[in-house]
Design a protein around this ligand. Structure first.
Ligand SMILES: Cc1cc2nc3c(=O)[nH]c(=O)nc-3n(C[C@H](O)[C@H](O)[C@H](O)COP(=O)(O)OP(=O)(O)OC[C@H]3O[C@@H](n4cnc5c(N)ncnc54)[C@H](O)[C@@H]3O)c2cc1C
Length: 285
């Protein structure tokens, strides 16, 4: 896609993506499915004739424009041809509901409904018929980003915990960090986050150099999410009761760290990926 392309194909997409790049607009990607039957039908290529828009959101973040995958035709073999589109939020048939969530963050989450939302060539992202390929190409960087957020939470929590453990004394003026019961769990957290950061760096390097980053991105995301939950928990424990006080700046990260265990890909789906792709074990689904 070039900026001066006079064709209507992708014109809306170009405006939207350039707006996002210039920080004058925000986009949200929805690839979740609320309906398992639709998922099965899509992936098996036996789409019901009445379904025009196939992929609809689970929860999505920061809704201003939504992207969706919709059927744009059928292949010569008769299987559904799926394409990726950008959809303005004032499109007819596009509605959403806010999901009240425990997360403390500037973004909000929404359940989005697409009811026969019209899409045309001006809204096409990438190549017609390659929608799923385009969606999947975004998943690895999203996982690397998620890993980096988790790793940031870990480093932040460790910083807070070590400062507190050096300062806080209980009995005889000895800082609590001198006790191995406090120090060793923090040392283990440091080892875990160091491993997770190396994995994330490796995944990013593979992605940036055009390699196959799927396994590395999944593993990095998994390791980082687990490490951040353990580390944040240990940092709160180090603070005793103060770990729960908002003033100490730890507990308000809890649901963000917890969310990253589930999204953008759940722990179990990473284990499925590793079991099937890395170890060659059979799939259960
Ligand atoms: C704050 C937040 C923001 C989000 N933002 C977006 C967004 O912007 N765009 C978007 O598309 N999505 C978004 N999501 C959705 C997110 O990607 C999904 O919630 C996540 O991938 C899990 O999918 P699910 O909720 O459909 O769980 P389900 O698929 O319903 O799974 C439920 C549970 O069962 C487990 N499970 C399911 N199948 C298997 C299996 N075969 N083997 C073992 N375990 C299994 C899962 O791991 C999970 O623990 C967001 C979610 C949250 C919480």
């Amino acid at each position: 896609m070039t900026h001066d392309n006079p064709s209507p194909v992708g014109a809306l997409t170009r405006r939207t993506l350039l707006g996002a790049a210039a920080a004058t607009g925000v986009g949200a990607l929805t690839v979740g499915l609320t309906d398992g039957a639709a998922e099965a039908a899509t992936l098996q290529g036996s789409l019901p004739a009445s379904v025009d828009v196939v992929v609809v959101g689970g929860g999505i973040s920061g809704l201003v424009a939504a992207r969706q995958v919709a059927r744009s035709g059928r292949s010569s073999e008769g299987s559904p041809q799926l394409s990726l589109f950008v959809v303005p939020t004032d499109s007819p048939g596009l509605t959403w509901q806010t999901i009240e969530a425990a997360l403390v963050q500037p973004e909000h989450q929404f359940t989005v409904f697409f009811d026969d939302v019209p899409v045309g060539p001006e809204a096409l992202i990438g190549t017609d018929g390659s929608g799923l390929r385009h969606v999947f190409s975004g998943l690895n960087p999203e996982r690397i980003t998620a890993a980096s957020i988790s790793n940031g939470i870990s480093l932040y929590a460790l910083d807070k915990a070590t400062a507190y453990a050096n300062e806080r004394t209980v009995w005889k003026g000895v800082p609590i960090g001198a006790h191995q019961g406090v120090a060793h769990p923090l040392a283990e957290c440091y080892i875990a986050v160091t491993q997770a950061r190396l994995l994330a760096a490796r995944a990013a390097e593979l992605f940036d150099t055009g390699g196959d980053a799927a396994e590395a991105s999944n593993i990095a995301k998994f390791a980082a999410a687990d490490a951040s939950l353990t580390t944040l928990d240990q940092a709160m424990q180090t603070h005793g009761g103060n770990g729960l006080a908002l003033e100490y700046g730890l507990s308000d990260y809890w649901f963000l760290a917890r969310m990253l265990k589930t999204a953008p890909v759940s722990r179990e789906m990473v284990l499925n990926f590793v079991a099937q792709r890395s170890l060659g074990l059979p799939a259960s689904y």
